[in-house]
Ligand binder design. Structure first.
Ligand code: C5P
Length: 231
């Protein structure tokens, strides 16, 4: 496991296997990891994840589980059995859910990393109040990151703009996985608040989730090499 020394996780946001594999076959496990999300997983299923693992890539299975403890623990075990390197759950599923997932993963010979989503970055202050949270999104991010840490998880997904504040309040090996990263020369696409890869690492990120700056580049391998060289 952990084939790559690069912190880059390329987000495979593609609608079908042919386009996803056309990109993957231009990349190398030593230069990046891969993220499979709900769209691709729902279309292609576990066999596609096993294909990527079989090609030697570390795979982050980004399915953001949120259910009763027993169900999430069983789903995490199923993901571990696919050979994934990292997976995630919603911290708002609660301590018992996160602890149950960690306990189940601890029984596996190669334990994948388990990280938590705190507050989705698509939610603003009014949205979180409507579902019963108090305070600002930033307050809740810190509160839920602390809960995830105390439940024994390996880290959280967060904006690079939140990374320094979380880094200052969590143990040094807590993994911060940050999307919203753009090389200075790249298009913002639909991302609004971004950091460059080097700035995100400086702010405390452990891993950078990067999609379109690589996947939509004319030369994806060169785009990836340029990002790695900037770090
Ligand atoms: O193409 P781009 O670099 O914007 O892709 C970023 C990836 O990270 C996408 O898969 C997106 O769903 C994910 N993500 C994000 N912002 C979050 C959480 C996840 O961009 N807050």
């Amino acid at each position: 496991m952990s084939m790559s020394s690069s912190p880059v996780i390329v987000a495979l946001d593609f609608p079908d296997q042919d386009s996803a594999l056309a990109l993957v076959d231009q990349l190398q496990p030593s230069l990046c990891r891969l993220k499979v999300g709900k769209e691709l997983f729902t279309r292609l299923g576990p066999a596609f994840v096993e294909t990527l693992v079989g090609k030697g890539f570390d795979v982050f299975l980004d399915l953001k589980f949120h259910d009763i403890p027993n169900t999430v623990a069983a789903a995490c075990e199923a993901a571990a059995d696919l050979g994934v390197w990292m997976m995630n759950v919603h911290a708002s599923g609660g301590r018992r859910m996160m602890e149950a997932a960690m306990e189940r993963l601890a029984t596996k010979s190669h334990r994948p990393l388990l990280i938590a989503v705190t507050i989705l970055t698509s939610l603003g202050e009014e949205d979180i109040h409507e579902i019963g949270f108090q305070g600002t999104p930033a307050d809740n991010v810190l509160r839920l990151a602390a809960l995830a840490e105390s439940a024994g998880l390996d880290g959280v997904v967060c904006s690079p703009l939140e990374a320094a504040a979380i880094r200052a309040r969590t143990r040094s090996d807590f993994q911060l996985v940050t999307p919203g990263v753009r090389p200075a020369t790249a298009s913002l696409d639909d991302q609004k608040r971004v950091m460059t890869p080097a700035d995100a690492m400086q702010a405390g990120s452990s891993y950078l989730v990067i999609g379109r700056p690589v996947t939509a580049a004319a030369d994806p391998l060169q785009a990836l090499r340029d990002i790695n060289a900037s770090l």
